[in-house]
Ligand binder design. Structure first.
Ligand code: GDP
Length: 305
């Protein structure tokens, strides 16, 4: 893995930063009092970065209140104000850190195509670097291709793998997977779940049943339920995300494909909207392209020079 997490955030967020910095920078270069037109331009830039209206409004309030300071101190003062607001919006109380139970059971939920399977492969690799072995469990029995995809990641990361027959009860597959992990004294189980079932009601019932089953096999499981969101869909994914937070007790978010979007600000919008912290960020398709999410690094990547 090359470069610090901050460097990699900067690289991953370069498209968003370019837009935001160009606009914010242009506005302040003149070192004159901000007028209404400036404020409107700033608001537009923040909206374009997909920060979400509530956060944009908070930012604008602070900038308005302290526009004299921005005037005398220029762009660095403006950046500092915005960074402070974004950091505040992104920071949530820490959730449980992995491996306080064995096996540490993580459910990966989210609609198809957002990057659940890829994220499981990346997490297995990250944990493997720490000397932890994860079992990859394909509980999406709805799509055979999903299990095959997960198996490829298991092979790539040389991780144990468990799947059931196509159409099998996901909870039964999960039970077997958990028992296998217990008998082999593995550190973690990463569970790929179906992105979609016949109806929403089904999906909710299925995830709830899986959580019950997991808790029966391993006390406290699932220890984490990570909702995976695709940053390229920006705030359009929010309605769907809300459905998932209703269906499963989501403890954290994974924001994927930050590398492919100029709408990286959506990270701020989703945390504000869903009230759970981002745990990891996906910044590419390769195994090492997963970063532990840190609000400071993220904000620096978004608004740093
Ligand atoms: P799933 O259906 O939710 O399991 O999604 P997949 O894991 O199969 O991923 C769907 C597509 O998104 C694949 O082509 C992945 O390579 C791609 N992908 C996943 N995460 C990232 C990321 O962080 N950055 C980029 N650029 N692509 C990603």
């Amino acid at each position: 893995m090359s470069g610090s997490f901050l460097d990699r955030f900067k690289k991953g967020l370069s498209r968003t930063r370019d837009i935001l910095n160009a606009d914010v920078g242009d506005l302040i270069r003149g070192r004159r009092p901000l007028d209404e037109a400036d404020l409107e331009a700033l608001e537009e830039a923040l909206i374009a970065a997909d920060l979400g209206l509530p956060v944009v409004q908070d930012c604008m309030e602070v900038v308005r209140a302290r526009s004299a300071e921005v005037w005398t101190q220029g762009a660095p003062a403006m950046r500092a104000l915005l960074k402070g607001e974004l950091r505040k919006a992104l920071t949530r109380p820490a959730t449980a850190s992995p491996f306080q139970a064995r096996p540490w059971v993580t459910f990966m939920v989210g609609v198809n195509g957002v990057g659940k399977t890829t994220t499981i492969g990346k997490l297995a690799r990250a944990w493997q670097r720490e000397g932890r072995t994860s079992l990859l469990c394909a509980a999406d029995t709805f799509r055979a291709a999903a299990a095959e995809q997960l198996q490829i990641w298991a092979e790539r990361t040389q991780s144990p793998f468990h799947r059931g027959a196509e159409g099998a009860d996901p909870s039964a597959v999960l039970t077997d997977g958990l028992r296998l992990a217990i008998s082999r004294k593995l550190d973690a189980v990463l569970v790929d779940t179906a992105g979609r079932l016949h109806t929403k009601g089904n999906l909710m019932a299925e995830l709830a049943k899986m959580a019950r089953v997991a808790g029966r096999e391993v006390p406290g499981a699932p220890h984490e339920t990570l909702l995976v969101l695709d940053a390229t869909t920006g705030s359009n994914g929010l309605a769907q995300a809300r459905e998932f937070t209703k269906a499963a007790s989501v403890t954290g978010l994974v924001l994927t494909k930050l590398d492919g979007t100029a709408k990286g600000g959506v990270a701020v919008a989703v945390v504000r909207e869903l009230g759970v912290p981002i745990r990891y960020a996906g910044v590419g398709e390769q195994l090492d392209d997963l970063l532990p999410f840190d609000p400071d690094d993220f904000v620096e990547g978004l608004l740093g020079e």
